[in-house]
Design a protein around this ligand. Structure first.
Ligand SMILES: [Zn+2]
Ligand SMILES: [Zn+2]
Length: 174
């Protein structure tokens, strides 16, 4: 996984990434300090740093005052850990934080600024999960309402039809 001593090349700009030791969690993160400022996590690592209360001081310190290269975020990126193509995935309900994920080894690449943006949107991982669930539910809810409406319209049509039938067969029905 990403947390090894192997030097990785940045999937966005190709520069060698720097290991930053995060003392609070005892893991090394791969950060593109000399290039675009991107950060590579493995699945397990991201969980430790995706909430507002989780300490990323070492990361902030290392990146402070640096000018990072701009990269083309639409480009398909290759996972520097295992070589598979990475997939663009939203980690935000509003859909404005799109990261690159490797489905093969679980690595996740955040362009410069994306981690902060994701952390700012929701205070905790649970809040983010809830928001995503609510969003999904709302979408499905809208579809269900739509179906019910159609169903009610069908019922209304059918009752008109039944009344018409009643009139045909029973003379004393108004
Ligand atoms: Zn880079
Ligand atoms: Zn990979």
């Amino acid at each position: 996984m990403a947390d090894t001593t192997k030097i990785l090349n940045c999937p966005a700009c190709g520069k060698e990434m720097t290991k930053i030791f995060m003392a609070s969690e005892g893991v090394n993160l791969d950060v593109c300090l000399d290039g675009c400022g991107g950060i590579l996590f493995d699945n397990r690592e991201l969980k430790k740093f995706d909430e507002q209360s989780e300490n990323i001081d070492e990361l902030k310190q290392a990146m402070q005052g640096k000018n990072f290269e701009k990269t083309d975020e639409n480009q398909i990126r290759i996972c520097p850990v295992c070589g598979a193509n990475m997939v663009k995935n939203s980690v935000s309900v509003k859909g404005d934080v799109i990261i690159d994920e490797c489905y093969s080894c679980g690595a996740k690449f955040f362009d410069h600024g994306e981690l902060t943006k994701m952390r700012e949107e929701y205070p905790t991982e649970e809040d983010r999960r809830q928001a995503l669930l609510t969003e999904t539910y709302n979408e499905i809810g809208a579809k269900i309402d739509d179906l019910e409406l159609k169903n009610n319209m069908n019922l209304a049509k059918r009752s008109k039809f039944l009344k018409a039938m009643d009139k045909l067969f029973y003379k004393d029905v108004s």
